[in-house]
Design a protein around this ligand. Structure first.
Ligand SMILES: Nc1ncnc2c1ncn2[C@@H]1O[C@H](COP(=O)(O)OP(=O)(O)OP(=O)(O)O)[C@@H](O)[C@H]1O
Ligand SMILES: [Mg+2]
Length: 257
């Protein structure tokens, strides 16, 4: 499963981020590789979402370096992050509830039929074909693409968000608690889609509080505790006890690389 993992596509080197007196991230060094599912775990407030926001350009680190491939990027902006191929899928999905599934997959890229002056008309039939193609590319199918997305299940909504993220040809897709609101079957389906994202040569970062999910899909497990990286292990060598102990601060921290 891990044979196609390549060199790092994104690296954080000694990244720190402070909010007033709170060290949200404290010298975190982490690399993300193409083809790899990296699970990021840690208790509430450990710094997981802060790391995601730094990699999406929403927060600037106070110290440290960000590398995309062999390019060091200073002052990463949200726009530049997207241009560099960083996509995110959140627990609370930013889908447009009043639009149908196809429109949400294609958001802003719907095929148009003809123009009348400044007006464009969406070609709904072609839009559904294209949306269905993109969904099947990520291994998902949704029966009725013309249904408003508010009628879809949580798992189907995740599939739409993943298909949309993959349409941007990303190098890194980050999932922040994607299964938190899902039942068992939908969780399994979503984890399969996340595996599929990595299998297409993308670095996948999964934040989860659920260690079953983590062990089901991760190639590597990284734990944060109070902003510090306290565990970085291949999933095959890790076990629940070690991960829980790391999150609780009961392990000696790994020495600096
Ligand atoms: N914008 C902000 N302003 C002030 N403090 C912040 C801000 N964002 C995060 N923090 C603080 O930084 C620390 C890390 O928060 P972060 O949201 O990254 O944790 P998390 O690991 O994602 O937690 P959770 O599992 O609860 O989502 C916390 O102490 C939090 O209160
Ligand atoms: Mg968080």
């Amino acid at each position: 499963m891990t044979s196609h993992i390549q060199s790092p596509v994104v690296q954080c080197i000694a990244v720190s981020k402070y909010f007033g007196g709170v060290k949200a991230l404290d010298g975190v060094t982490l690399s993300l590789s193409a083809g790899e599912v990296l699970a990021l775990v840690g208790d509430n407030g450990a710094g997981k979402s802060t790391l995601v926001r730094i990699l999406t350009g929403f927060y600037q680190p106070d110290h440290g370096e960000l590398w995309f491939g062999d390019e060091r990027v200073e002052q990463l902006s949200p726009r530049q992050a997207r241009e560099l191929g960083v996509e995110t899928v959140h627990q609370h999905l930013l889908l447009c509830d009043n639009l149908d599934a196809a429109a949400n997959v294609l958001l802003g890229q719907e095929p148009t039929r003809r123009r009348l002056g400044p007006l464009k008309f969406i070609d709904h039939r072609r839009a559904r074909t294209e949306a269905s193609r993109r969904l099947s590319e990520v291994g998902a199918a949704i029966g009725d693409l013309s249904a408003p997305v508010r009628q879809l299940s949580g798992g189907q909504r995740q599939a739409i968000a993943i298909a949309r993220a993959m349409a941007a040809s990303p190098r890194l897709v980050m999932f922040d608690e994607p299964t938190a609101a899902l039942g068992t079957r939908q969780t399994e389906a979503t984890l399969r889609l996340i595996r599929g994202v990595a299998d297409r040569g993308v670095a996948a970062l999964l934040i989860s509080h659920n260690l079953d999910d983590v062990f089901a899909v991760a190639d590597r497990i990284v734990a944060l505790r109070q902003g510090r990286l306290v565990l970085d292990q291949p999933a095959a060598q890790a076990n629940r006890e070690t991960v829980v102990a790391a999150m609780a601060g009961l392990l000696a921290e790994p020495s600096a690389p």
